[in-house]
Design a protein around this ligand. Structure first.
Ligand code: 3PG
Length: 393
């Protein structure tokens, strides 16, 4: 694929699609800036080569409406600290104000457009929205590996109107994941947890033929336990996914892939700091409780299984690790991976956050900025955001 280094960027308006979808609290405090730091090589390259840099990203899922808690201004502030130079946040992503700001830019200057998902046209891949965004720039650099599985206007649509090349992070992710997963050493395990259960079930269906073992924890486990006929209390489940869950279990059986669900879990009545945590068997979850973490027996079992593995991909925390009494599962899995003599690939916003907070990122073979994107890439899918990148002649 062509990268930003293959293009003449001096004095050009370069639109960089980044994945600044970082964990942020209601006050705009960024809890983990891994994804922002990961984009610095591309931005620095463009500064050094005197481009006019127009950054854009999505944040959260505001569903096409303006949400004051999901503005990108805190990201601009953080970027500015990291780069030691001004990064100007705009209150919009398209329109006359933005056009004015862009036309007044000097070489080497940086602006950050407002959250793309405030506009329904982004997720709808609306050609009108893509065209307007494209009109701001001369070149489109896609550095948003983490969003490359989304066929959205700012990932895919732009390529119809602008030359489209990979950023340096995008290039690094494709190269590293591609080479790590070309011929994985076996046994090969995938650990899946976290939220976004609905889409991850789809991803699991894809991944199943690539791996030998799947360990399920976190938000995923409730739907799987329910699909096996057990009660998940008040844990959120995907009721219309039960059939798929059963189909996945069947397919796994036929392929000889083992899927391990938690044997025991930590439950609570309320997911908040100070809540009472109780360990119970996964087959006896009380009706008024929610699954908050995997239990000690499961930690022991999962850790033992992982010891035999030679390649492990992990996406999604094992519990609500932000709350100390529900963080044990995630901590233990992170520590187990850090101690393995295996290829370890960790992906996803909150999984990367957990590993970074524990100071273990340096012990993993690769910490990917992608969550769903990384898993889909690994399952052999051609991601739409990668498919539209220009090829090298
Ligand atoms: C991610 O966090 O995996 C990416 O930023 C994509 O976000 P999305 O799942 O809301 O599209």
């Amino acid at each position: 694929k062509k990268t930003v280094e293959d293009e003449e960027v001096y004095g050009k308006r370069v639109l960089v699609r980044a994945d600044f979808n970082v964990p942020m609290d209601r006050n705009g405090t960024i809890e983990d800036d891994t994804r922002i730091r990961a984009c610095l090589p591309t931005i620095t390259y463009l500064i050094d080569h005197r481009a006019r840099i127009i950054l854009c990203s999505h944040l959260g899922r505001p569903q096409g409406r303006v949400d004051g808690h999901l503005r990108l201004e805190p990201v601009a502030r953080r970027l500015s600290e990291l780069l030691q130079r001004p990064v100007k946040p705009l209150r919009e992503a398209i329109g006359p104000e933005v056009e004015r700001a862009v036309s007044g830019m000097e070489n080497g200057e940086i602006i950050l457009l407002e959250n793309l998902r405030f506009y329904p046209g982004d997720e709808e891949n609306d050609p009108g929205f893509a065209r307007e965004l494209a009109s701001l720039a001369d070149l489109f650099v896609n550095d948003a590996f983490g969003a490359s599985h989304r066929a959205h206007a700012s990932v895919v649509g732009l390529a119809a109107y602008l030359p489209c090349v990979a950023g340096l992070l995008m290039e690094k992710e494709i190269e590293r994941l591609g080479s790590l997963l070309e011929n994985p050493r076996r046994p090969f395990a995938a650990i899946m947890g976290g939220a976004k259960v609905e889409e991850k079930i789809g991803i699991l269906e894809n991944i199943i033929s690539k791996v030998d073992l799947i360990l399920i924890g976190g938000g995923m486990s409730a739907t799987f336990l329910k699909g096996q006929g057990w009660d998940a209390g008040i844990s959120p489940v995907e009721p219309d996914k039960m059939e798929i869950v059963r189909a996945i279990m069947q397919k796994a059986g036929a392929l000889g892939v083992r899927i391990l669900l938690p044997q025991d879990v930590i439950v609570t009545e309320k997911l908040k700091t100070g809540a009472i945590a109780r360990g119970v068997s996964a087959q006896q979850i009380p009706a008024d409780s929610i699954i908050a973490d995997i239990g000690p027996q499961t930690i022991t079992e999962f850790t033992k299984e992982l010891k035999n593995c030679r390649t492990v991909v992990w996406n999604g925390p094992m519990g609500v690790f932000e709350i100390p009494q529900f963080s044990e599962g995630t901590k233990s899995i992170a520590t187990a991976l850090a101690d393995l003599h295996a290829m370890t690939i960790v992906g996803g916003g909150s999984t990367a956050e957990a590993v970074t907070k524990l100071g273990l990122s340096g012990k993993m073979t690769h910490v990917s900025t992608g969550g769903g994107a990384t898993l889909l890439f690994l399952s052999g899918k051609i991601l739409p955001g990668i498919a539209v990148l220009a090829d090298k002649e």
